[in-house]
Write a protein that binds this ligand. Structure first.
Ligand code: FES
Length: 106
């Protein structure tokens, strides 16, 4: 299991456990994190699981794939260089302690 820290726009941090191989989105839903809607269930087709990867984690997490990159044009909040769809972030042990910042809305 790895830890993921979700940081709410107001600054509150919520820590959840994530099984390796699962997605950050799934960990958020399981952990009761508010602010991840995930309307499409993880198919990279709704952009309601948008997060901003913590700057210090950006290299480890990497950038979006082509389909994800297209869908990131439809986020409710501004897209930034570290924007990702959390359903497309696969958790492995290298991401233990990952920081994901939540946008104001999805
Ligand atoms: Fe729909 Fe991630 S859950 S794009």
């Amino acid at each position: 299991m790895s830890k993921i820290l979700f940081v709410h726009p107001e600054g509150e941090t919520q820590e959840v456990e994530a099984a390796e191989g699962s997605s950050a989105m799934r960990a958020a839903l399981t952990g009761g994190v508010q602010g991840i809607a995930a309307d499409c269930g993880g198919e990279a087709s709704c952009a309601t699981c948008h997060v901003y990867v913590g700057e210090e984690w950006a290299d480890k997490v990497g950038g979006p794939g082509l389909d994800e990159d297209d869908m990131l044009e439809f986020t409710a909040c501004e897209r930034k260089p570290t924007s990702r769809l959390s359903c497309q972030i696969r958790i492995d042990r290298n991401l233990d302690g990952l920081v994901l910042n939540l946008p104001e809305s999805q």
